[in-house]
Write a protein that binds this ligand. Structure first.
Ligand code: WT7
Length: 643
């Protein structure tokens, strides 16, 4: 059994693409007919304008995404594994949840939520490690119509507190702790800190994983197992799925932008379901029974779309891995591929580059012959890493899909389709059906010129909505407009620069705004600066990115520090500690240079262009520095540059 909308050849791709542009509503209505709706999509398929912006897909239709991820598979695929779970420690037992089992658990936990007062539209924050119960928690929220906001386990108490406040969350689902490689993260204790001063959260449900001691607050904190036990005692089983409008929010996911505060990207039930399923089935060319292993964390959009919703709505088997690629050794991914006969492996360039560093030893003795398709996501993949992945992991016989997309896009927008459309090392290649990318110049004019090789270069925009485009940023629609729809009229601006070749292939070159991509994680420079500036001794700071062999980009901070700080290295440690407290360890600068002044224009604006060049090691051609208030600071900064 395959998928009727699965594209099987370049010709089919071209036909689908043409139809999706000429008659987008008809195109998506056809796809929609393959899903389970409560009220079928009829009438107007799409209402939109990018001015407000307002985007509505299948506004009149109703559904519950979990009926598409669970119920509709039960009759035929109830005994098929939905989730294979591989624990952090390979010596521990793995778990397999069939579709039937997952359905039962989601229904049970939906009862738990309901018994504790969770209602449709409530915001539920989920802060858990990568265990099957995380999938259960997410799906149970969706079943009851609550809006989940999953927060990656690496974020600090302060970062969680900010997100709880922004979303006005009333419930939290967490674990006692999480295992990640050698580390043991005390999740519940972080949540306790995040809740100091919080006025909205009523209950915290705690799932047991690590047996780390926790303090349970009376009237607020509940054990997951106790709550499940109550549901069992009451004999509750099926949970009727809440009827959701296609445009009701499904989840919020916070992501960084060029301003200090992360924004809550909101995705809608119907369009997100259609597009994650469609892109999953087509990009990876998923075949029934294939084992799909996406190595991302569910705390990021990649995990939402291609560990959970895309695969499960397609009735696929998805592998959830609790650990890290280098524990207990650098062969962990390959041993998992071998152990479960993984067919599709989807990972990040940063992981590939870091594993390359261990040589070929960790690959030997693992049978990788089950692999059919390889994928990458999160940042541009350099050719060296691409070829290593292709040759040593895919043994030259697996297509690599280089998938470009963003938290805001919900699903993959630009990518080859495995074995169906051509691949090109370090190019994301062609847009998926329904996606209309264009390159523009700084004024928003479409690029028409190309260089001698037929390559165009510009800022990447999308000119027509696709079903899983973000609908708003939570609680602040104006922010959504200014961030994505106001830079250029009538266009969604991605924040990325790109090249386009004469065949229409796209190559993403990286962010053109003040957003860094560190190991595939998005971090705003302003956010890091705000965190650094919280340190009592810091007067001012400026953060830029610089090329990093493994992480893609590293974080370079220039800091003006008041008075003498004795041992510079101790001060650096203190500042890193502050950043860890304010955001989390992922935002820690790789390099901190103390400076006397920052290069500013007469109007007081920091000239990051100069700082970026110096961090990159370019100290000669800094461009025009005559407009600087004090050009001498540049000399001092150049001389103190850290290598
Ligand atoms: C940014 C989005 C989408 C899931 C992971 C990151 C960069 C993403 C690619 C790719 C080049 C890529 C872009 C984008 N990016 N995929 N295949 N090639 N760059 O999601 O945190 O929302 O970050 O990641 O710069 O804007 P995100």
């Amino acid at each position: 059994m395959s998928y009727p909308y699965q594209i099987k050849s370049m010709e089919e791709y071209q036909d689908a693409y043409r139809l999706s542009i000429e008659q987008p509503e008809l195109f998506w209505a056809n796809i929609a007919s393959h899903f389970k709706w409560k009220k079928a999509p009829y009438g107007k398929v799409l209402n939109w304008n990018f001015e407000e912006p307002k985007i509505e897909w299948f506004k009149n239709a109703t559904l519950n995404i979990t009926e598409n991820c669970l119920d509709r598979h039960l009759a035929e695929y109830g005994d098929m594994p939905a989730i294979i779970w591989e624990p952090n420690d390979p010596e521990d037992n793995h778990r397999i949840l069939t579709y039937r089992k997952l359905y039962d658990k989601v229904c049970q936990f939906a009862h738990v939520l309901k018994n504790n007062g969770v209602k449709k539209g409530d915001r539920v924050c989920i802060y858990m490690g990568m265990i099957p119960e995380l999938a259960v928690a997410v799906l149970a929220c969706a079943r009851i119509g609550a809006i989940h906001s999953v927060i990656f386990g690496g974020f600090s108490a302060q970062a969680i507190a900010d997100r709880l406040y922004d979303a006005q969350a009333t419930f939290i689902i967490t674990c006692d702790g999480a295992y990640r490689g050698q580390k043991d993260i005390p999740l519940k204790s972080v949540i306790d800190d995040a809740l100091i001063g919080n006025r909205t959260v009523q209950k915290v449900i705690v799932c047991t994983r690590t047996r780390t001691p926790v303090s349970m607050i009376k009237g607020r904190d509940l054990w997951w197992d106790d709550e499940i036990h109550k549901v069992e005692t009451l004999g509750l089983h099926d949970f009727p799925a809440e009827e959701m409008s296609a445009e009701d929010p499904l989840f919020i996911l916070y992501t960084s932008g060029s301003t200090g505060k992360p924004k809550g990207v909101v995705h809608a039930c119907g369009g997100y379901m259609l597009y994650t399923n469609y892109s999953f089935v087509n990009v990876f060319q998923y075949q029934r029974g294939d084992i799909h292993f996406c190595t991302a964390d569910i705390g990021w959009i990649t995990g939402h779309s291609y560990i959970l919703y895309g695969p499960l709505s397609a009735g696929a088997t998805t592998l959830i891995f609790e650990g890290v690629p280098t524990f207990p050794d650098a062969g962990r991914f390959w041993s998992i591929v071998d152990k479960y006969r993984v067919n599709i492996l989807y990972t990040a360039p940063t992981a590939i580059r870091s594993l390359m560093g261990f040589g070929l030893g960790p690959i030997q003795n693992h049978d990788l012959s089950s692999l059919k398709v390889l994928g990458t996501v999160g940042e541009p993949i350099n050719e060296e890493a691409w070829h290593w992945y292709h040759q040593h992991i895919g043994k030259g016989r697996c297509p690599i899909v280089d998938t470009w997309w963003q938290t805001e896009t919900g699903g993959i927008l630009i990518s080859n389709m495995a074995g169906v459309t051509p691949e090109k090392a370090s190019w994301a290649t062609l847009p998926l059906p329904g996606v209309q990318p264009i390159l523009v110049d700084e004024q928003g004019k479409e690029i028409t010129e190309s260089d001698d090789d037929g390559i165009q270069k510009g800022n990447l925009c999308i000119k027509f909505p696709w079903p899983s485009i973000l609908r708003t940023t939570y609680g602040d629609h104006e922010r959504c407009r200014t961030n994505y729809f106001a830079t250029y009229d009538h266009l969604y601006f991605t924040g990325d620069g790109a090249l386009k070749d004469a065949d229409g292939n796209f190559r993403i070159t990286g962010r053109v705004d003040d957003v860094l991509n560190v190991s595939g994680h998005r971090i705003g420079t302003a956010e890091v600066e705000n965190a650094i500036n919280m340190h009592a001794g810091v007067v001012e700071s400026a953060v830029v990115g610089y090329p990093h062999d493994i992480k893609g980009q590293g974080i370079y901070a220039y800091i003006i520090y008041q008075g003498n700080h004795g041992d510079e290295n101790l001060t650096r440690q203190d500042i890193l500690q502050t950043v860890t407290r304010m955001i989390g360890p992922i935002a820690k600068p790789d390099k901190i240079q103390f400076v006397q002044g920052l290069p500013k224009t007469r109007s007081g604006k920091i000239m990051r262009r100069i700082l970026r060049k110096i961090a990159e090691g370019e100290t000669e051609n800094l461009g025009d520095i005559t407009t600087l208030l004090d050009p001498h600071v540049v000399e001092e900064i150049k001389n103190g540059r850290l290598v």
